[in-house]
Design a binder for this molecule. Structure first.
Ligand SMILES: Nc1nc2c(c(=O)[nH]1)N[C@H]1C(S)=C(S)[C@@H](COP(=O)(O)O)O[C@H]1N2
Ligand SMILES: [Mo]
Length: 262
C-alpha cells in the first residue's frame, strides 16, 4: 500500500466503516476502493457518500500534499531535455504549437486527436505541488491542466486497457537502431487519480519549453522522471513488454523503478 501523505483525526472511523463493509483494506490495492464490488453492495447511500469522501485516506487515492502560493519556488530547475532539437518539435514550437495535436489511441473505443484548445475546454485543475527528482532536489510549482481522467473519458478505454503510455517529442539518444525518444507509463490507479493532469500552464503562465511545452504530465505521487514532458501521444495498452526495453519507461529501462512512489 502506498504511503499516506497525511493522517486524519477521523481515520479510526474510516477504518471502522471500511471494515464494517466486510472487506480487507489491503485487498485490491491497484483498484480504487470505490470500484470494489463489496463497497457498493454493502453500504447505504449515506454511508457511501462518507466512504467516498474518506477513501482518499485509505489507499491508492491518497492526495499528494498541496502547497500555498507563497511556497512556490522562485526558480524551478528544468531537468533532462530542456529544448528538444527534433525538427518536428521545432516546427510546432515556431508556430506557437497551433498545429499541435495530442494523439490518444490504442485500446480505446474512440481514438482522438486533441488540440490545445480542445484540452483547455475540459474542466481544468490547478495544484501547487512539490516535484522531487531522483537526483535529490525538489521544487514547488503551480500546475494547471486537463485531468487525465477527462481525456480518458473522451476516448473510452476498452476492457483490456491496463496501462497508459506517454510518447514524447524529445530524442534522448541516437543509435544504430534509430532514435530513442522519451517514454513513460502509469497504471489506471494513477491515471484516474484527481491530481494526475496534462498540464499546459505553470505558475499561472503558459508552460515554457524547458518545462515540457505544450503539454506535460503531472503525476504527483511519484518521482520527477514519471512526469513526461513534450507529450505527443498517449496509448492505452494491456502490457508494457513491447514498450522500449519492457520496463515501462526510458529511465526504467536504464534501472529506475517503474513505481516511483514518494
Ligand atoms: N520528455 C521528457 N520528459 C521528462 C524528462 C526528459 O528528459 N524528457 N526528464 C524527467 C526528469 S528526470 C525530471 S526530474 C522532470 C523534470 O521536469 P522539469 O524540467 O519541469 O523540472 O521531467 C521528467 N520528464
Ligand atoms: Mo528527475
Amino acid at each position: 500500500m502506498p504511503k499516506m501523505s497525511y493522517q486524519h483525526p477521523d481515520r479510526r472511523t474510516v477504518l471502522k466503516t471500511a471494515l464494517a463493509a466486510g472487506g480487507s483494506l489491503l485487498v485490491g490495492g491497484c483498484q480504487p476502493l470505490s470500484e470494489q464490488p463489496w463497497a457498493r453492495k454493502t453500504l447505504s447511500s449515506a454511508e457511501w457518500l462518507t466512504y467516498r469522501a474518506q477513501r482518499l485516506l485509505l489507499s491508492a487515492d491518497a492526495l499528494a500534499r498541496e502547497y500555498s502560493e507563497a511556497d512556490i519556488s522562485p526558480w524551478f530547475k528544468p531537468n533532462g531535455t530542456s529544448d528538444p532539437s527534433d525538427s518536428d518539435y521545432q516546427a510546432l514550437a515556431r508556430n506557437g504549437f497551433a498545429d499541435y495535436r495530442l494523439v490518444v489511441d490504442g485500446l480505446v473505443e474512440q481514438p482522438a486527436r486533441l488540440s490545445l484548445r480542445d484540452l483547455r475546454a475540459l474542466p481544468p485543475r490547478t495544484q501547487i505541488t512539490r516535484h522531487d527528482c531522483v537526483e535529490g532536489w525538489s521544487c514547488i510549482g503551480k500546475w494547471t491542466g486537463a485531468p487525465l481522467s477527462e481525456v480518458l473519458q473522451i476516448v473510452r478505454p476498452g476492457p483490456r486497457a491496463r496501462f497508459v503510455v506517454f510518447y514524447c517529442a524529445d530524442t534522448m539518444e541516437s543509435g544504430a537502431s534509430g532514435d530513442v525518444k522519451y517514454y513513460e507509463s502509469i497504471d489506471f490507479a494513477d491515471a484516474l487519480h484527481p491530481q494526475t493532469i496534462l498540464a499546459y500552464e505553470m505558475n499561472g503562465g503558459e508552460l515554457g519549453i524547458p518545462y515540457g511545452a505544450p503539454l506535460r504530465l503531472r503525476v504527483e505521487r511519484q518521482l520527477g522522471y514519471k512526469m513526461a514532458k513534450y507529450v505527443m501521444r498517449i496509448e492505452l495498452v494491456d502490457d508494457l513488454a513491447r514498450l522500449g526495453g519492457g520496463q515501462g519507461g526510458y529511465w526504467e529501462d536504464r534501472g529506475y523503478e517503474w513505481y516511483a512512489g514518494i
